[in-house]
Design a protein around this ligand. Structure first.
Ligand SMILES: [Zn+2]
Length: 405
């Protein structure tokens, strides 16, 4: 009999894909309480073989919504699951949003989202269990603000390989188009060829109609009519389909050589790796608020599992060295009121204010050469509760969390 896991507060699961699904399986075994699932993605055919909560009827639906519904049903409401079909990098997900959770579980598939979740959790003081996998490799890092190193302190190597989970609803790069051609389109073509020994023109037209919005289809009919299942794997066919996929999204077509490189680097998302990672995440969830020592877990290529103690925060870390102060301001406050309140011992001449962003590209609101916004109210400037402002003076840099009262 398993011991129930109750954290005393809600848990946020970011990412309802390969790892998110496996984490959910483990949560179903033991977790009790409120869970919020955040994911902007749509369920696609290629997800079904390794994301076991989704069925064919769910294709086109939101991952977060379907996963939340299934968790509630299968847990017989022991887990109260809420969901948001949004990108975690949206403005609304401020430290104020993260503060409401006892713990965050990060199962996202890109570095930008990881960095954003990391910064928000460190600023909000909320533990974050950071996870990832690529083929047979994987890791789980329990990050406790002020106690352990964070995701940026430990600076993992850049993601050189292309996990196949980069097949996106909307492609953003040539690699996404190639993955889509191989993982999403080719299996459909093969199924079409299998169904009818000699492909009828009507079948092909119906098939093409399904893809009219996803890719350029003019001239594709002839190619498909000539295809045999064996030829379908040829590089020139993949190149052709990738280019058709790239066209409506204004992505530059790259050489066959580049396509081949992408195919060689493509690693399958391995469900057994994700299962192990999912189980480790939930084991970490049990320890993260009590244990003094936290250990990261790594799956390596030879299937060995290593535990490595998490270090203390790195003093020079651009995230861990930040501190966040709450500022409470009336609705009518101007930007200048914010500066005065933040710099209580007087505002130095060389002061700069930007909107904080975890990517380091916050927009400029004020400096000694740009004073236009000084007397404008926060509402006119689009600064609601939850906005973080970074205030630099010659002596210091600090972050303030705006609370409109
Ligand atoms: Zn750090």
């Amino acid at each position: 009999m398993s011991t129930r896991l109750y954290l005393g507060g809600p848990v946020l699961l970011v990412g309802a894909g390969g790892i998110g699904s496996e984490v959910s399986h483990s949560l179903l075994e033991v977790f009790e309480g409120a869970l919020t699932i955040l994911d902007a993605d749509t369920i696609e055919l290629s997800n079904l073989n390794r994301q076991a909560f989704f069925e064919e009827k769910d294709i086109g639906g939101g991952k977060a919504e379907v996963l939340a519904r299934e968790i509630e049903k299968r847990s017989e409401n022991r887990i109260a699951a809420a969901w948001k079909r949004k990108d975690v990098r949206d403005n609304e997900f401020t430290p104020g949003f993260f503060r409401q959770f006892a713990c965050v579980i990060s199962c996202v598939d890109n570095v930008e989202s990881r960095e954003h979740i990391n910064a928000m959790c460190v600023l909000a003081g909320v533990p974050n269990i950071e996870s990832g996998s690529s083929g047979y490799l994987g890791q789980v890092c329990p990050i406790v603000p002020g106690v352990t190193e964070c995701y940026v302190c430990s600076a993992p190597p850049a993601e050189e390989q292309h996990p196949v989970c980069t097949i996106r609803g909307v492609p953003a790069s040539w690699a996404h188009c190639v993955h889509w051609a191989v993982q999403e389109f080719l299996p459909q073509v093969e199924a079409l060829l299998e169904r009818s020994a000699g492909v009828e023109e009507g079948d092909v037209l119906e098939f093409l109609g399904k893809y009219a919005e996803k890719m350029r289809i003019d001239g594709l009919k002839k190619t498909l009519m000539q295809l045999s299942g064996k030829d379908a794997r040829k590089l020139d066919f993949i190149q052709d389909i990738s280019a058709r996929r790239a066209y409506p999204h204004a992505i530059a077509v790259q050489s066959e050589r580049e396509t081949l490189k992408i195919l060689e680097k493509t690693v399958p998302s391995v469900i057994s790796s994700n299962s192990i990672i999912g189980a480790v995440v939930v084991a970490k969830l049990r320890r993260i608020r009590e244990a003094k020592e936290q250990r990261a877990i790594y799956l390596s290529a030879n299937s060995k599992i290593r535990a490595v103690e998490m270090l203390a925060p790195f003093g020079g870390c651009g995230v861990c060295s930040l501190s966040l102060h709450d500022l409470f301001l009336p609705e009518t406050s101007t930007l200048w009121d914010v500066v005065k309140k933040a710099c209580s011992s007087g505002v130095p001449e060389e002061t700069t204010i930007t909107k904080y962003s975890s990517s380091g590209r916050g927009s400029l609101l004020y400096d000694s050469d740009f004073t236009d916004n000084e007397k404008m109210s926060l509402s006119v400037l689009g600064i609601p509760t939850g906005t973080i402002l970074k205030i630099y003076t010659p002596r210091s840099a600090h972050l303030v969390y705006v609370n409109i009262v």
